[in-house]
Design a protein around this ligand. Structure first.
Ligand SMILES: NC(=[NH2+])NCCC[C@H](N)C(=O)O
Length: 289
């Protein structure tokens, strides 16, 4: 509830108390137009209970509410509404407060709660597209809103740099590398299409020339493991640099990039599962934990 809404509610409740009237007060900000800045349907909702009619109850309350300096006018409207018009000075004082607090106006009190917000996390197998941009913009905005409201917020890009999609990337690159060198080559089992790879692959050609020509590809693996690793690692590195640039251009801030591969090499998954097992939170079924 806004500061003004609760202030008006307080004034209303005070008037009710002094008049020995009971009932719940609802005060709402009006949309615009001729119903004041705020309005209440109190008379309409409570007249019957109080053995009177809405307009009569409303008039009684309006006479009292008018006394308050917060309002330049308080009006009764059919069939039983009260409209509040705020004093110009009150409205101006809000502007003064905004001028004073600048971009801190409305900032929430510090909360003892931390969010880890994952955003984008696109596989590093190409450039970002408009869908990733959308995710980044929404995620970054959420992070800013939570921060402004007093939460501790960390943003994470979880990089899926392990798994089959990266092997497919390595083979796609190798395929385009061989083609760029004018070699006859059969397509790997799975391959990423599009003409972005031909361009990127020139980095490999310029750096290594024909050093890596002559290997087979089976099941999305380049038969020479070392060569596979080079194509894999350097492709990921290339696209992560590009992705970071794209996010920066977009004004999307990422707190940290985590790596799926590192989670495997640091045995984080085993460690986490062991923790869960210790807590008795795991079970085995169909040969799987
Ligand atoms: N924690 C997660 N699983 N995040 C989603 C990752 C999205 C995945 N890397 C993709 O590009 O489709």
């Amino acid at each position: 509830m806004s500061i003004l809404t609760s202030k008006i509610k307080d004034i209303f409740n005070e008037v009710l108390k002094n008049s020995n009237i009971e009932g719940d007060v609802i005060v709402e900000k009006t949309k615009s137009g001729g119903n004041g800045h705020f309005a209440s349907n109190f008379p309409l909702l409570n007249a019957k209970k109080l053995s009177t009619n809405p307009m009569e109850l409303g008039q009684k309350l309006v006479d009292e509410l008018k006394q308050n300096k917060l309002f330049s006018d308080v009006q009764l409207a059919k069939p039983g509404f009260i409209n509040f018009i705020l004093n110009d000075e009150v409205l101006q004082s809000i502007v003064a407060t905004i001028n004073d607090q600048k971009s801190d106006f409305g900032r929430g009190a510090k909360k003892n709660f931390k969010y880890n917000l994952e955003l984008v996390s696109a596989n590093p197998t190409g450039y970002l597209h408009i869908g990733h941009a959308r995710n980044g913009v929404i995620g970054d905005s959420m992070a800013r809103i939570f921060k402004f409201n007093g939460y501790d917020v960390e943003t994470e890009y979880y990089t899926n740099d392990a798994g089959n999609q990266i092997n497919v990337l390595a083979c796609t690159m190798y395929y385009n590398y061989l083609k760029a060198l004018g070699k006859e080559v059969t397509e790997p089992a799975e391959m990423y299409g599009g003409d972005i790879y031909g361009e990127v692959v020139m980095n490999f050609v310029n750096k290594y020339g024909d050093k890596f020509v002559g290997h087979e590809m089976n099941d999305n693996k380049i038969s020479n493991e070392e060569v596979h690793e080079i194509f894999r690692e350097e492709s990921i590195k290339y696209f992560l640099v590009e992705i970071k640039k794209q996010l920066e251009d977009l004004g999307v801030h990422i707190g940290y990039f985590s790596s799926e591969k590192e989670m495997y090499t640091n045995k984080e998954i085993e460690k986490t599962l062991a923790e869960y097992e210790k807590l008795g939170k795991t079970f085995e079924a169909d040969g799987a934990l």
